[in-house]
Design a protein around this ligand. Structure first.
Ligand code: PXP
Length: 243
């Protein structure tokens, strides 16, 4: 069965709205763990709009489940990642003007830049995942860089305007996922997943990890973090395909 990575960036988004000390994403991580999170995910953006360096350092020392650091393939952020040493880093594209991550990393177009970052992380014993679109060529390019995992972008599936498009996007994810797993890559997914649309994704055979943020934090504001995580975990368990 796939594991649940809870992205707690938006706890920090609320804190940064007032540049204050609350709510603390470190507390949120502890509650997410109590609710059944298997992984805590944070994105240390170059513009520091939500998660701060201090958060990543404290989370590294306090979370009991593995920490997954999302980051751009930039030298300055790679230096920080190496200093903190999370067990997993996921490389994502980053644009300052975007509201959230748009599209997957262009591993083919930015091969040298991505390789420079990947090589340093792998040499430090950090597991590396590349956040890419469900595209066979991007998967092949990722595999060539020697990373252990890919995270397929589920945004087109999540944003599909109708059932036919959604089913087509689901099939694209399934076939890209199979392509990745045939090459020995660990298969992760994420972006735009909600309590309503997660079922068919959680049912993908061989899936290792789902990274889910916005919908869980949105629900947590109303029902509490622990319950919001537990409810998502239950959906993943209910829809998991038999191995
Ligand atoms: N995976 C990656 C690589 C992301 O960049 C994000 C958004 O930060 C997520 C998963 C979570 O997306 P969402 O907040 O839409 O659940």
């Amino acid at each position: 069965m796939a594991i649940l990575g809870v992205n707690i960036d938006h706890v920090a988004t609320i804190r940064q709205a007032r540049r204050t000390i609350e709510p603390d994403p470190v507390w949120a991580a502890a509650l997410a763990e109590l609710g059944g999170a298997d992984l805590i995910t944070v994105h240390l953006r170059e513009d520091r709009r939500h998660i701060q360096d201090r958060d990543v350092k404290l989370l590294r020392d306090t979370v009991q489940v593995p920490l997954n650091l999302e980051m751009a393939a930039e030298k300055s952020i790679t230096d920080i990642a190496l200093a903190i040493g999370p067990p997993q880093c996921t490389l994502v594209p980053e644009k300052r003007e975007e509201v959230t991550t748009e599209g997957g990393l262009d591993v083919i177009g930015q091969r040298d830049k991505v390789r420079a970052c990947v090589d340093r992380l792998l040499a430090a014993g950090i597991q590396v995942s590349l956040f890419i679109d469900p595209d066979a060529d991007q998967i092949d390019a990722s595999h060539e860089l020697g990373v252990q995992a890919v995270e397929l972008h589920t945004g087109c599936y999540a944003d599909a305007p109708d059932a036919v498009t959604r089913d087509r996007e689901l099939q694209a994810l399934v076939s890209a996922g199979n392509h990745a797993m045939r090459q020995g890559l660990i298969l992760n997914v994420g972006h735009g997943l909600t309590y309503r649309n997660v079922g068919p994704i959680a049912a993908i055979r061989g899936l290792h990890e789902l990274n889910i943020g916005h919908t869980i934090i949105a629900r947590a504001v109303l029902v509490g973090m622990e319950r919001a995580v537990r409810e998502m975990k239950e959906l993943i368990v209910r829809h998991a395909s038999p191995v």
